[in-house]
Design a protein around this ligand. Sequence first.
Ligand code: QV4
Ligand code: CA
Length: 512
Amino acid sequence: MKLLILVALFGLGHTQHNPHTKHGTTAIVHLFEWRWADIAAECERFLGPNGFAGVQISPPNEHIVVNNPWRPWWQRYQPIGYNLCSRSGNENELRDMITRCNNAGVNIYVDAVINHMCGAGGGEGTHSSCGSWFSAGRKDFPSVPFTQWDFNDHKCRTGSGNIENYGDANQVRDCRLVGLLDLDLGKEYVRSKVAGFMNKLIDMGVAGFRVDACKHMWPGDLANIYGRLHNLNTRWFSGGSRPFIFQEVIDLGGEPITSREYFHLGRVTEFKYGAKLGSVFRKWNGEKLSFTKNWGEGWGFMPNGNALVFVDNHDNQRGHGAGGASIVTFWDPRLHKMAVGYMLAHPYGVTRVMSSFRWNRHIVNGKDQNDWIGPPSHSDGSTKSVPINPDQTCGDGWVCEHRWRQIKNMVIFRNVVNGQPHSNWWDNGSNQVAFGRGNRGFVVFNNDDWNLDVTLNTGMPGGIYCDVISGQKEGHRCSGKQIHVGGDGRAHFWISNRDHDPFVAIHAASKL
Ligand code: QV4
Ligand code: CA
């Protein structure tokens, strides 16, 4: 009976909480602002072979094109319609990418912007990615078509028409988010257009959606739209598979709208996770790694079956959205590798790795003046492709965190230990911790200002293992540290606090 209730509540395997990953893979990567042609190539040459489960892509639909500032990344969060041409490519390139990634065992999850269209100040003309004419002032988007009758302004009760107070759930749902024209998702017509857009993508073969700005949409409206969605394409997914839904709701506490209102609909982004993990690794507010023994629900995070977790995202890595200064990004590579490593080693949540582009940060009084800068581009504003260097890193300003050896190897670690319990915890009462995943893997972190020197029970079968952080197993040899696990499962670990990467990870597939 209890089990039945749980299944009904979280719909494990039955509803929109299941990412439908292939071949036992577990981690998603957000290839922020990548072109479709580059993602297709990346699925075949890197993501599939290294066990990545899927890609979150940038919004694929028609969006406004902004000149001032010049082609900001956030123009893609201002839809003009549901034609499938965007800064990342056209519909044929999108279809080709979805097909090739699926064939490489990698799912595609679409960032769906359905709460709003462009900003009220977006002007009039054909400055949109497919060249469709629109008028923001008249709320006229003929390519859908949406007209003034399809927006929420009549429901909104604030003087400005914008959201003014996050303490009032009605205005958060019915008024404009930063001036963005707010769709009336209560209308049958609007619901049918939005569902039609999502269904076209499902039929093309995507595995699900990151739904943008869910705090700003009524759960009942979302339930209606999700209920209209097709099952996944049976060319790649088993019959009856529902699309995976993960909803962007920023809930750090203190607001009337909570993540919980969205649990029955799909997974929800757990923003507390990255904010807290950042504080822990930065050792702010007296936080210590040893306090993470009960990481997950024990820290007040949402139930495991509902959570989509990440260290940073495309917003909070540049000061948008929520999380604040504690968020650990590629700008702090040593901490970032440790935090992402910790996330991937830990059983809580469906994990998403961020893959970024670099920009010129210019921080004045805590705010980055260049937080708007778009992806690496040619002078005409078109996005550059991602060149791969001989050492497998990316060029031209693409950071490619997902290709960093330590992160790539922890994605593999997560697959190898999938389904195993958190086990054999050890800590020194400070910032040295270790834990295992049953008898399949073991990690040790040293974030203290002194060396780690300890013998621990790993739970692993005896043998010599290759540490996949300092190096990796290559054929029969190991390019990193070797860890000797005795017949009793015990192993000695020594990690200098000055190591390039002060953590160690071994798993069943890194045994020599
Ligand atoms: C400007 C003025 C407004 C004015 C408006 C008039 O500032 O006062 O009303 O013009 O048109 C951009 C600009 C913003 C501009 C607005 C409308 O930054 O200055 O308003 O466009 O033109 C991204 C960016 C936003 C950007 C938006 C649309 O982060 O800065 O706004 O794209 O281009 C909350 C939400 C959460 C949200 C988070 C950032 O609860 O849902 O804020 N996160 C998601 C996405 C995020 C995206 C949106 C939602 C909107 O992850 O990337 O916002 O789709 O916490
Ligand atoms: Ca809304």
